[in-house]
Design a protein. Sequence first.
Length: 292
Amino acid sequence: MAQSFKKIVIFGVGLIGGSFALALRKAHAVSEVVGFGRSAATLEQARQLGIIDRIGEDVACEVADADLVLLATPVGQMAELMARISPHLGAHTLVTDGGSTKGDVVAAARANMGGRISQFVPAHPIAGAEKSGAAAAMADLYVGKKVVLTPLPENSNESVARVRLAWEACDAVVSELTAEQHDAVFAAVSHLPHLLSFALVHDLAQRDDRDLLLSFAASGFRDFTRIAASSPEMWRDISLANREALLRELQAYIGELTMMSSALEAGDAARLEQIFRTARELRAGWAERQGQ
């Protein structure tokens, strides 16, 4: 790919931001990457790993002539960053993000970007790993993975197309939803599963015989609880940011558990088998479509 972006500025050069930079470098789609972050050690590591060319020092100077700015920090930090960069954005500088929730990020942008709101195109790359930090970044993280854009009414078609181009250069598959659709969808298929995984492990952690229980845990426990190894701070923020949609999904799940509890109490084998069969068929169809 011909160099589509002369300069990209990334706030947060860990897994998401670092992988974005590496993927664009691999595609020869960017000339220069400048990194900002809260940890000088992480930034220096990112520079040594070839993720960024330079460690940014002056935010106003760097964003003024950037083609694209990526906010790859926890969503709780984005409002402050938007307020810092907005007065200094160049006329053609676009801003996007990698946040796992969109309603709160859009609200933060509207509160802090003022007349620059048309330059912000929200996004969510559906890719990740349990490891974090610059050392976890990889050039192929987004290959074949979904990235959801949630364009604003103020965004021009050209701006959305430019942000789409950046993610497609990472070999991602780009889709579009509204922010509201995004948060409802991911409450069901991402945020709730994380909540349930954390809840199961937390339950075991409170038990006196947890070491005995874990000594017999095998692949089922490992697969179900893998995502409980994710960042507690990040998932605290995601859960609170999307709490309304997540509460709706949690209540629906409690209803499912209540139904299964009633079937167990009644010894209703047919009902249990029907629940399990319906779930198995849906899971098998989904896995087949995913090539798994």
